[in-house]
Design a protein around this ligand. Structure first.
Ligand code: AMP
Length: 575
């Protein structure tokens, strides 16, 4: 194994990467860095995100910049704003001790004027998404005539997102003599076309085998009737108590619906999709990145910008039609030397897809049965016991209270205390699984499932299925204690926005969402009054707690219109 020094990296950058905790180069870096430093030739690198590819191209491009010449010398193109910011941030980190180097991220959705001002002052490296760069080229505020190195990152994603023509346009503004480095996780035919068109005798470097899924990712599938997919999802999530996962859905609507159902059922979940504003997406992503969210329910497009190393599970809520997308999804786990699991919840018709994906990733899926209730309870129980063993006891903080607690529990044996503690935590889960019907696995070959039916029982863990008082409707709202909501605020808001005095029934404030009861006849009006409202960038969603199932079966009445991504004017409630 070589060192960064042996690869020819200058001491200033060695110092920066050491401070970032990089002890040794990763394989893609050992392959790419010396080649890019020594030669000016075209390189195709097949490497997934998480392999260390940003440093592989970032370190040599920084090193090859002539800082005295204040013109763009390297252009890095990438598909999304988030990736653009991430790459520019990484490059800035690598160049901490390289004096006077100027790196500019150029992306849509932010002020073009400030990007123009920075360009006028002069930059060396531009990291850009295609659309905004073309805009700047058209305004003649950027000149690419001195670019000697061009990097296309996540080239397959760029093509998936329809950037092919934009890439053509951008390349026409670069000098013929530039060298090009193309990174891609997969090698579809379209990429081969690009390489033929724009690269001269490219050298091909493959980190891992071509089109192969990451080595340390296990692939599992669960086959259920379509109507049981959501219930199976809940069981799988319950079976992995320490899951930190991403659940991929096919459409924005399905993403929001699944996230809402999980939230109502008491899971720590949230949605990420294109119907949310950029600020909302940033908020959800940062919550997830910081581990303040356990389950992210996302569309493929919206999750592109998310770069998280320690995802434990990827759950495919159905398999994509484009199998390359599966490779991208599963490549989000098992990173940075960790192991990961990619799970597909499929119905019988999708079995063929499993076989096709196996060929593509050159790995077999393991078929699993949806965990039975008793197994889930056992797993959760042992996880809880494990936590009790490992919990850090803050002696100083509880010392004062302990004598009275001991006195109060004096009459109980140790075994009794343990039993009670476990019951306190688990009675509800055990009862739920005692009552829940087991999920019947369909016979292979049969395909009688109802599309879009997420299960009828509406059982949940935190109150969504509680019956409302007679004459009252129980409403769900997607904010809770974490958002600083309290009963007075909720009541105040409703009464400020609905004519007459509204008697409000039971309010259950939970961590990230809540339930409240209002007179049945006023419920539609109240739901409407929340439309287009925000609490700290979070768009409020209010709907009937128990009619969710009907809504997701396409029975949406005006009650639900616009609930998912309606265009309400952004206003803040008077909380
Ligand atoms: P990337 O594939 O560029 O997204 O990198 C994946 C992760 O690996 C990032 O969190 C990097 O900071 C980290 N990383 C990159 N190179 C090294 C290295 N040589 N040693 C340790 N970690 C690294």
């Amino acid at each position: 194994m070589s060192t960064f020094q042996e690869l020819g990296v200058i001491p200033e950058i060695q110092r920066a990467v050491t401070e970032l905790g990089f002890e040794q180069p990763m394989p893609v870096q050992s392959e790419v860095i010396p080649r890019l430093l020594e030669h000016t030739r075209d390189i195709i690198a097949l490497a997934q995100t998480g392999t260390g590819k940003t440093a592989a191209f970032g370190i040599p491009v920084i090193q090859k910049i002539n800082v005295k010449q204040l013109t763009p010398q390297t252009l890095i193109l990438c598909p999304t704003r988030e990736l653009c910011l991430q790459i520019a941030g990484d490059l800035t980190d690598f160049s901490t001790y390289v004096e006077d180097i100027k790196i500019l991220p150029v992306y849509g959705g932010s002020s073009i004027d400030s990007q123009i001002r920075t360009l006028k002052r002069g930059v060396h490296i531009i990291v850009a998404t295609p659309g905004r760069l073309i805009d700047l080229i058209k305004r003649k505020t950027v000149s690419l005539g001195d670019v000697h190195t061009m990097v296309l990152d996540e080239a397959d994603e760029m093509l998936n997102m329809g950037f092919s023509e934009d890439i053509d346009e951008i390349l026409s503004h670069l000098p013929e003599s530039r060298s090009m480095l193309l990174f891609s996780a997969t090698m579809p035919k379209e990429i081969e076309k690009i390489t033929r068109k724009y690269m001269k005798e490219p050298m091909e470097i493959t980190i891992g085998r071509k089109n192969e899924g990451a080595e340390n990712v296990r692939h599992l599938y669960f086959m259920v009737h379509a109507k049981d997919k959501y219930l199976a999802l809940k069981r799988i999530v319950d079976y992995y108590p320490n899951i930190y996962g991403i659940i991929f859905c096919r459409t924005r609507k399905e993403t929001q619906e699944i996230a809402d159902k999980l939230m109502q059922d008491g899971y720590d979940a949230d949605a990420l999709h294109g119907d949310l504003s950029q600020a909302q997406r940033d908020y959800v992503m940062s919550k997830y990145r910081n581990h303040n969210l356990q389950l992210l329910v996302a569309t493929d497009v919206a999750a592109r910008g998310l770069d998280v190393d320690d995802v434990t599970h990827i759950i495919n809520f159905g398999l994509p039609d484009d199998y390359e997308i599966y490779t991208h999804r599963s490549g989000r786990t098992g990173r940075a030397g960790k192991t990961g699991t990619s799970i597909a919840i499929i119905h019988t018709k999708e079995k063929g897809k499993v076989v096709q994906i196996e060929k593509l990733i050159n790995k077999k899926f393991e078929k699993r049965e949806v965990p039975k209730g008793d197994l889930i309870c056992e797993k959760q129980l042992f996880n809880f016991v494990d936590k009790i063993e490992k919990v850090k006891v803050n002696e100083a903080e509880i010392e004062r209270l302990l004598p009275s607690i001991f006195r109060k529990l004096e009459w109980l044996e140790k075994e009794d205390i343990i039993k009670r503690m476990v019951s306190l935590e688990f009675n509800r889960l055990i009862e739920y699984y005692q009552q829940a019907e087991e999920i019947v696995e369909p016979k292979e070959g049969s395909s009688r499932g109802q599309k879009g039916d997420y299960g009828k029982r509406g059982n949940d863990r935190d109150g969504g299925s509680r019956q409302a008082e007679k004459g009252y409707a129980r409403l769900f709202i997607n904010v809770g204690k974490m958002d600083g909501i309290n009963p007075a605020m909720l009541m105040g808001f409703i009464n400020d926005h609905v004519k007459g005095k509204v008697p409000i029934g039971r309010i259950d404030l939970l961590k990230s969402f809540s339930f409240f009861e209002v007179p049945e006849e006023l419920a539609p009006k109240i739901v409407k009054s929340f439309k287009g409202m925000y609490v700290d960038e979070r768009k409020l969603q209010v709907h009937l707690a128990q009619e969710e199932d009907q809504a997701s079966r396409g029975n949406k009445k005006k009650f639900y219109e616009n609930d998912f991504g309606g265009k309400g004017k952004k206003k803040k409630p008077k909380y």
